[in-house]
Design a protein around this ligand. Sequence first.
Ligand SMILES: [Zn+2]
Length: 167
Amino acid sequence: MALLNILHYPDKRLHKVAKPVERVDERIRKLVADMAETMYAAPGVGLAATQVDVHERVVVIDVSDTRDALRVFINPEIVWSSDERKVNEEGCLSVPGIYDSVERAERIRVRALNENGEPFELECEGLLAICIQHEMDHLLGKVFVEYLSPLKQMRIKTKLKKLEHAM
Ligand SMILES: [Zn+2]
């Protein structure tokens, strides 16, 4: 396994649209293992392949307190989402130190493949539902700060660029 480099907003590569995975093979399983290691090390609760500059539809998530409940979503699709929406504070490994409010569906049902290429469906709510929606946005090239006002986005860009230069 290996730690992968996480892209930071406003890196243009975060806006690439990921392609579906054609075959869940050893290459994809290695990507999943590396992404999981990178997410746990960060530490974070979710990571999309887009964030490590791999533009294929792969997401890893672990919202458990014990950090031992890895969930893998390959080619995820939201097949249903609730009309009820909720505003939550979100953060992102690609936007370090920035937290802000985003409104999302409270409950969703998602269909995906696991790391063995087997299809599954999952209905969920709360942090897991938020996290899946957040990570799936990454696969479409969207970062959560793009839900915020243009002024806030500009401030965040300026702040992160300064941070990047300082490193
Ligand atoms: Zn993110």
